[in-house]
Ligand binder design. Structure first.
Ligand code: NI
Length: 148
């Protein structure tokens, strides 16, 4: 558990009023917790921008009757077996399937996989959820050099 640092910031009244309204609507316990989540999001975004080791999920919706699509989906995942941790398949209804592909690896490789999946013809929907491994490797590296 890291040590807590108390900070003080100045923000225009109308911005903080709107922010507090959102905090209440979302049920966040405190202003500090809400700001901590915003900072965490910025750190994760930075990890993706500076090419760190990241984690994420590619979600795909498709019709399993399209056999060539299913075959290609498997091939692509095998081609990226170094970053695909696992995949989860859900039969949404008679026709539609959801596949969640959990990945961890260099940003360029994850984006390459996402691009390869987007290139498969016939997908109904594809998203990439950009998250973190939790170690913030690059951000810690920069902070230790005093650039932060
Ligand atoms: Ni299915």
């Amino acid at each position: 558990m890291s040590q807590l640092t108390r900070i003080s910031i100045s923000i225009e009244d109308d911005i903080i009023r709107r922010f507090d309204a959102i905090i209440e609507q979302q049920g966040l316990p405190t202003r500090s917790e809400a700001i901590k989540q915003l900072i965490s999001s910025a750190l994760v975004q930075y990890e993706w921008e500076c090419g760190d080791i990241v984690a994420g999920v590619v979600t795909i919706i498709y019709d399993h009757h399209k056999t060539s699509l299913v075959q290609r989906l498997l091939e692509v995942q095998h081609n990226f077996s170094d970053i695909v941790i696992c995949s989860q398949h859900a039969h949404l209804d008679h026709d539609n399937c959801m596949e969640n592909i959990i990945v961890r690896g260099k940003v360029e490789k994850v984006k390459e996989l996402h691009k390869a999946l987007l290139a498969i013809k016939g997908m109904k929907h594809t998203t990439l959820s950009m998250s973190t491994t939790g170690s913030n490797r690059k951000v810690r590296e920069i902070a230790s050099h005093g650039n932060f």
